[in-house]
Design a protein. Structure first.
Length: 212
């Protein structure tokens, strides 16, 4: 099953009527945050496939109102779902770098969010590995940066150890700034993929292949 994963930056060749003919086999769209909701809505309308996304630090607070959610998609922040045979969990937001602001959390606040999410993951996976974890921020020390805005979240490292996701997709940072070698890293047997600004992934319950 091919997944179109997007984050942080609108791409002209995706925001185009011909996008479906260029990527005809996409069966799911994943958003890792910091994208205009009309961009996500365009993609889900053109492809007519499920859209699952989490908010980034530049997205509005989710209030279930039209201007704070992407129509036609599901905000997966703090939720776990099973679709097309894979179990997917989501956790949005970034490190808090301003006194106030939506979708920003201290390290301690994100630990509390992880503790709330983890039982839902364990219930849905029934002791097996989580298939896919979608976040906006990277984990601490993996694909993150040293500036206050882009430091990774330590709670995500804990979540990876506890939930054992096979794959984690995130945005928020540009991989080639501090990670010249690759946008893919392995941590605790989890393949962590920085999808900023987009990737085409071929995923099934046994393996994942990156097409872009």
């Amino acid at each position: 099953m091919k997944i179109l994963a997007v984050s942080d930056e609108m791409i002209d060749r995706l925001y185009h009527p011909a996008v479906k003919s260029n990527y005809p086999d996409v069966r799911m769209i994943v958003g890792c945050g910091d994208l205009p909701y009309n961009y996500l809505e365009f993609l889900v309308t053109v492809f007519n496939v499920p859209l699952y996304y989490v908010p980034g630090n530049h997205d509005p607070e989710f209030l279930r109102s039209e201007n704070s959610r992407a129509e036609g998609g599901l905000n997966l922040d703090g939720r776990v779902i099973k679709d097309k045979g894979i179990v997917i969990a989501g956790l949005g937001g970034s490190i808090r770098y301003r006194p106030v602001g939506p979708n920003q959390y201290t390290q301690s606040e994100m630990y509390m969010r992880v503790i709330k999410l983890l039982p839902r993951i364990l219930l849905k996976t029934r002791g097996k590995k989580l298939d896919l974890l979608i976040t906006h921020s990277p984990p601490f020390g993996i694909h993150d940066d040293t500036d206050p805005t882009h430091v990774g979240l330590r709670a995500l490292n804990f979540l990876i150890k506890a939930a054992r996701p096979r794959y984690m997709l995130h945005g928020h940072t540009i991989f080639y700034k501090n990670n010249v070698g690759s946008h893919i890293s392995i941590f605790e047997q989890t393949q962590i993929i920085n999808i900023n600004p987009f990737r085409i992934l071929d995923i099934n319950p046994d393996k994942i292949e990156i097409k872009h």
